[in-house]
Design a protein around this ligand. Structure first.
Ligand code: KE4
Length: 441
């Protein structure tokens, strides 16, 4: 029996909770990526978090590089966000009626994103994408959709075709329970391969409602758009009368106040948001120019609804977070500079220790692939040595560094990550790669 690592030994309360959870929750978790399946460990059950730290139910503290998969760009339990939530909650949790905070939220988002006329609040990124696709189909009168292998756009039926994130982590092409009728109109192209997109347009003339893309792939690990890729999608969609949908559930309000649209200087026809705009509460949104968004009920014939959409407490969290991002001088310059420096240093360690790797990063998002290939799409992402990744993950967890428990996710930095904690993380990585690759003890 191989010796158990500290991570395997220190399971304690998480193991007890996981055993209980598996009796009453499928797989013991409410989202597959939390299950630690691909790294072969009992998932850590988290008790609380503050800043860049999370604490598990055994009282063990970690430097957190998941940040709830993106929302915690200011770090956990930011006082201004908590205060805003507490204040809103005292006035009631939900009314099922219009509130001022929803108007303020829509105005704030539209003021931060150039050319965005209108948004509709929903409760998750999945809902945002599902609704944006429906609006695109309603606006164009067309049915077909192009997505990219390895991109993940939530779990609505039409999106579970060669998807990323947990689908890719589990190595499954899609999902059971999705009838052909729901996915036959979803065509898949290759990321960073404009020919694969134009071929689909040529083969389906006048039938493509939209192209949906993660402007930075962050669900097959991090994969950056190559020069001309996003511009090419913009041109193809315009030429063919199709809508370009930027799924900015991760990149929105992370790369820049205006997200990837601002960062790359490209205007999509529809954009989806989630994560950061909720400040940690369940929020999603989709938006675009007025002529498209006024297709959405009750203004137009595209139906979409939600009991808790625009929930006042969730709006309070999102408003507090977005206002801090907008009003903090140099926030994005500082965060992106810190992120670039951190990932460049990690890259240098891997290179210095002679580790075959590809480290893709942009601002506060990054990912290490254990492959000698340049990772530029789903196929090359899949050349990564996931066994090596799992070993690296366990080592880092033992050293109190909480990475995403899957090769096909991203590391998320926040403004709460201290220089000291980033240095500690680099030291842990240096030890691993030196020990593991050089045999040093
Ligand atoms: P949610 O429905 O999970 O709020 O958002 C779906 C979604 C849509 N679009 C993009 C680009 C996304 O990254 C996501 C969700 N991201 C994953 C992490 N890779 C959520 C984590 C999870 O599934 O638990």
């Amino acid at each position: 029996m191989p010796e158990r690592t500290e991570a395997e030994t220190n399971m304690g309360q998480s193991e007890v909770l996981f055993e209980r959870a598996r009796q009453v929750i499928p797989g013991g978790v409410n989202s597959p990526v939390r299950a630690f399946g691909s790294v072969g460990l009992v998932p850590r059950f988290i008790a609380r978090a503050q800043g860049d730290r999370i604490v598990d139910t055994d009282g063990r503290e970690y430097i957190d590089f998941i940040g709830s998969w993106g929302p915690m760009i200011l770090g956990h339990a930011h006082p201004a966000v908590l205060e805003s939530v507490e204040k809103a909650a005292r006035d009631g949790l939900s009314f099922g009626a219009a509130t001022e905070r929803e108007v303020e939220m829509a105005e704030l988002i539209c003021s931060m994103v150039k050319d965005l006329d209108m948004v509709r609040m929903v409760n998750s990124g999945t809902e945002a994408v599902m609704s944006a696709v429906r609006a695109a189909r309603g606006f164009t009168g067309r049915s077909k959709l192009i997505k990219f292998s390895g991109c993940y756009h939530g779990h609505s039926d039409a999106m579970l075709v060669k998807a990323g994130s947990g689908v890719l982590t589990q190595g499954i092409p899609g999902s059971a329970g999705v009838p052909d009728g729901c996915s036959k109109d979803t065509l898949t192209a290759n990321y960073n391969d404009l020919d694969s997109v134009s071929n689909l347009f040529e083969a389906n003339p006048g039938e493509i409602a939209a192209v949906i893309v993660e402007p930075v792939g962050a669900n097959m690990g991090v994969v950056l758009p190559e020069e001309g890729f996003l511009e090419g999608l913009r041109t193809l969609c315009t030429e063919h009368g199709s809508l370009l949908i930027f799924d900015e559930v991760i990149t929105g309000f992370r790369l820049a106040p205006g997200g990837a649209q601002e960062y790359y200087g490209i205007t999509a026809d529809l954009v989806t948001y989630g994560k950061i705009i909720g400040g940690g509460m369940p929020v999603g949104a989709y938006g675009g120019r007025k002529e498209i968004m006024e297709m959405v009920a009750p203004a137009g014939p595209v139906y979409q609804a939600g009991t808790l959409s625009g929930n006042p407490v969730a709006m309070a969290a999102g408003l507090a977070q977005l206002k801090l991002l907008r009003d903090t001088d140099g926030f994005y310059e500082t965060l992106n500079r810190t992120g670039n420096a951190f990932f460049e240093e990690l890259d240098a360690i891997l290179t210095q220790e002679g580790v075959p790797h590809c480290l893709n990063h942009i601002g506060s998002l990054g990912c290490v692939f254990f492959t000698g290939e340049t990772v530029r799409d789903y196929e090359t992402a899949n050349t990564s040595n996931t066994t090596r990744f799992a070993d690296y993950f366990v080592h880092m967890l033992d050293r109190g560094i909480y990475l995403a428990p899957s090769q096909f996710e991203a590391m998320f930095l926040s403004s709460a990550h201290t220089e000291e904690d980033l240095e500690r993380t680099l030291d842990a990585a240096r030890d691993y790669f030196r020990k593991d690759y050089r045999g040093d003890d």
